[in-house]
Ligand binder design. Sequence first.
Ligand code: ADP
Ligand code: PHD
Length: 579
Amino acid sequence: MAAATQFGGRSCCVVVKRDLSTSLSFSSSFQSKLGFESSSRSICRQREGICGKRRVLKVRCERRVSAVVDVAERDVALRQGAGGNAAQLSIVMKFGGSSVASAERMKEVADLILSFPEERPVIVLSAMGKTTNNLLLAGEKAVCCGVSNVSELHELSFVKGLHLKTVDELGLYRTIISGFLVELEQLLRGIAMMKELTPRTSDYLVSFGECMSTRIFAAYLNKIGTKARQYDAFNIGIITTDDFTNADILEATYPAVAKRLHGDWTDDPAIPIVTGFLGKGWKSGAITTLGRGGSDLTATTIGKALGLREIQVWKDVDGVLTCDPNIYPNAKPVPHLTFEEAAELAYFGAQVLHPQSMRPAREGNIPVRVKNSYNPQAPGTVIDKVRDMSTAVLTSIVLKSNITMLDIVSTRMLGQYGFLAKVFSIFEDLGISVDSVATSEVSVSLTLDPSKLWSRELIQQELDHVVEELEKIAVVHLLQHRSIISLVGNVQRSSLILEKAFNVLRKSGVNVQMISQGASKVNISLVVHDGEAKQCIRALHSAFFENSSQPEVEEADFYQNGSWKPLVPSQTELLSAEA
Ligand SMILES: Nc1ncnc2c1ncn2[C@@H]1O[C@H](COP(=O)(O)OP(=O)(O)O)[C@@H](O)[C@H]1O
Ligand SMILES: N[C@@H](CC(=O)OP(=O)(O)O)C(=O)O
């Protein structure tokens, strides 16, 4: 009989078997009270929800008999291994495109995985190197290049060449991927014939990248004697909305993925190699993608589904850095972040993590470690529920460029209630999401992310439509080519952060056009002109992270002449500072 673990109340608890099937189990007195002939009943409905501040799992069997258990309790039980002492899958390791860009890199990643013999990892892989970009470009070019020219497309040759070279160099059979390469060319011919690349076709097109990288890597592991099994995410229960190119993971994913991966592992252990980035639309049944960089989200989703101990995302940098190293090479690794900080960082543009990827990790309370596959010795960044904030001031500076800002001033006088509600209902009706907001009773400034508008070609038309609608109730100024600089950190120290930031910006001669502090209290956003943004980031980075002569930001500012200055300067001090 399969071993099981149980949690919940004394008279009624949830039992999870080794294959992750669940049932409700009753004490004998409760059983006789209910009139059930056996002490166990299968579950006909289960749903996750919020109760107070707890995430709970509500399960119900026939005759409306139900149990409510803490999700955290369930996850601990799963982590300890539903199934007694059997060695269960323990961690997720996700390797991004940069980590598996060539045969040599794949060998190094295999060595890295095998250097943790005590772990039983699930591996999530992205497409090799720049494959996704090349596939997208090939698709765009196919729309207008004519069917007969498809085979000459440079991007197609690049993708074919890279994958065949990798297979050859790893000593594998070309048949692992040859079918995909033929189908890929056929698909591009189809796009050329139709002269159209829909979001649905685009997702199908890019899926070839992950489908091939995982097959190559699994074959290589098997070749070197490590048993591995390839999985396409869309066939193992990663169920999503049908929002092609930017789909959301649905709740049904978690039990389905757990059942499939745990079940296969229990029957015949082999390292699972799963395609990142991909899912299956719940209505269409078609392949969907989770948005660019979506393999991070695949990794955290699998981590939560299986209740694993840790989620590792392996990149080409030493962890999450104090700012984008492409903007400023002096960026330094950040050792610890909370889920909230990491989510805010990702949402406001730090390309290092997918914006939605922290959600499953936070819900499952599973730590995420960001590591460098080119430099595995580097400690990386640990992202967890809490961290010591006693000395934390600023964690990271993030830039989001080319955003649009709207200044909206009510045409009515003060005291006009309902103004903000009207403004936001216009955005809701038009399906446009707003990033940052600053308000007064009769005016509101807000920023829009152009990538969230429906389609790139329509941006100007859509913006004109937004302005037209808003002008029915307000005077509107549309300000384009703006950047949001997000200061992510300990906003308990917001005055200190703002004081220092504005000092830097004043010295740089930059005028901030909007300020917003999110309710999450880990982020202060400043809007500046695009042209000034990078220079601001460099200056802010030097001030917050590089001035080593200053012991700590707050000490430097408030510990002078051997004594502490009060945190709030007196009026006289402010006046003398002004002078
Ligand atoms: N704050 C940041 N910290 C670390 N990397 C960042 C940051 N902002 C932008 N990046 C960029 O993100 C890249 C890593 O993310 P990504 O390209 O998704 O990696 P992978 O493809 O390996 O998953 C880095 O090479 C770096 O250029
Ligand atoms: N290959 C996809 C998904 C992904 O997550 O890639 P990476 O891990 O290399 O950012 C993309 O390029 O968007």
